[in-house]
Ligand binder design. Structure first.
Ligand code: ZN
Length: 481
């Protein structure tokens, strides 16, 4: 018989306090992404990581499908369309990949690999939009986009191929209706992140940091373990800027031709970077049950003769399956300790152990991944007991993450303080709202203004650190990804 003790795997994951190392290593050992693809900024989804992606994107699909339609537009955009919107070009021209040849032939019109799809979609909207009765249009697609990033690339966070860009593009009759849609988009994103148990801050980006071609941009940020913020969603009010460029007009009730008003909003695999980073720990991945590829693992605790335990474990696995719970039964030859380690790394929210003592009580021991808490539950109702714990786990992950974020938001009154506090998280400081002052603030601090957040966080009383004017607006500043 093989001696198992010596080849049992030892933890290879660096401590989470060493965030950057931890993150890179976890993507590999947790089998999320393989970073060894031979093109800079392009990465490979492992099947396990792709399962996480599938489950996560099922949530956003569910939320959007209530009143959006999913569609699919081409990857290639003719230069003639791409170059139409001046601001938009300025914002993206340094990042665009161009296809210039087909086989041996030079193309007459260069084709851009979409860095985002406004210029692919809006020529079609010009054809589709005719009358007020066609509006609103709410369409989204989930696609890959390409950006020639010159900054340091990082899996799931800064990519040259964004593999999972969910972009929605809506068309409305009026500016006000489009503004309401921007609000709705932000609400959907907050709901999405609540489902992932990730706390967010919503703010209106400063004018100089908005989407190229937009009237304004709302952004959703979360705070990463290394105290930098990660932008995990944006919603843009495009007004009629693109409609004028692409000639998207509708006939209103009085028979007059009017330019439409538009919005677009997106999230990407950064949502999964946040999911992994916010919840993971020294032992590996931690997932809320809804997006965990394996929600429960059953581990038989065998001593000598074990037919009875094996039978009980298989019966429990069958019960979980019948209830639609994603379960795994680990009947491998490894010792229980090695199995615990392996499934903890994978972020399985609940572990079920069944040993002789459990069986004598017709029970199982249930252990939570997030807290380590152990409970004995009746085997007869194992599926119900498991299901009941799912929402509690999500909620406690969210509360823990939110507490951690709140503790790292600091009220400041001088730029010196801001400089100091952005090392530890988000700095909150009075701002008069003027561009000139904002740019000075960014310059002196060496970090960006995320914006004036929605809700209490963005309200207060103080004086702008640059011009000294009294203000009730509070801006937040942070180091960002
Ligand atoms: Zn000022």
């Amino acid at each position: 018989m093989a001696e198992k003790q010596t080849d049992e795997k030892k933890a290879v994951l660096p401590a989470k306090s060493d965030f950057s190392e931890w993150y890179n290593e976890l993507l590999m050992v947790g089998e999320i992404m393989d970073v060894r693809y031979p093109v800079k900024g392009l990465y490979v989804w492992f099947p396990f990581g792709f399962e996480v992606r599938k489950l996560t994107y099922a949530v956003i699909r569910e939320l959007l499908d209530k009143d959006h339609k999913e569609a699919l537009f081409p990857l290639l955009i003719p230069e003639t369309e791409f170059m139409k919107e001046a601001e938009h070009i300025k914002g993206f021209e340094n990042e665009v990949y161009w296809v210039t040849r087909g086989g041996k032939n030079e193309l007459d019109v260069k084709l851009a690999l979409r860095p985002t799809s406004e210029t692919a979609i809006y020529p079609m909207y010009k054809i589709w939009v005719r009358s007020h009765a066609d509006l609103p249009i709410k369409i989204y697609q989930i696609v890959n986009t390409f950006r020639y990033e010159t900054k340091h690339t990082r899996p799931l966070i800064r990519l040259r191929e964004i593999t999972s860009f969910k972009e929605a593009h809506t068309v409305h009759a009026t500016w006000d209706e489009a503004a309401l849609q921007v609000k709705e988009a932000v609400r959907i994103y907050q709901e999405f992140y609540r489902r992932l148990a990730i706390p967010t801050v919503v703010s209106k980006r400063p004018d100089w940091d908005k989407f190229p071609g937009a009237d304004y941009t709302m952004a959703v940020d979360t705070l990463m373990p290394d105290n930098k913020t990660l932008q995990v969603g944006t919603a843009h009010h495009l007004a009629d800027n693109f409609a004028k460029t692409f000639d998207i007009k509708y006939e209103d009730i009085k028979g007059e031709q009017k330019y439409a008003h538009q919005t677009c909003y997106g999230i990407s695999e950064r949502s999964i970077a946040a999911l992994i980073s916010v919840h993971g720990d020294d032992k590996g991945l931690v997932f809320p049950p809804e997006v965990a590829p394996v929600q429960v693992v059953i581990i038989p605790i065998l001593f000598g003769k074990s037919d009875e335990i094996t039978r009980a474990c298989r019966a429990a696995a069958e019960r979980l399956r019948a209830e639609g719970i994603r379960g795994a039964l680990d009947e491998s030859d490894e010792r229980p300790g090695a199995k615990y380690y392996k499934w903890e790394m994978k972020g399985v929210p609940l572990r079920v152990e069944i040993g002789p003592r459990d069986l004598k009580n017709n029970a199982a021991t249930v252990v939570r991944r997030d807290t380590g808490a152990k409970e004995s539950v009746p085997l007869d109702n194992i599926a119900g007991e498991i299901k009941n714990r799912f929402e509690n786990i999500r909620r406690s992950l969210f509360e823990r993450a939110e507490r951690s974020m709140r503790e790292r938001i600091f009220g400041c009154s001088t730029l010196e303080e801001v400089k100091d506090k952005i090392q530890e998280g988000i700095a909150r400081i009075p701002w008069c709202g003027e561009r000139e002052c904002g740019l000075v603030m960014e310059n002196e601090v060496g970090a960006g203004i995320l914006g004036v957040p929605e809700g209490e966080l963005g309200r207060g009383a103080g004086t702008c650190p640059v011009c000294g004017k009294g203000t009730e607006l509070m801006a937040i500043m942070a180091k960002t990804y």
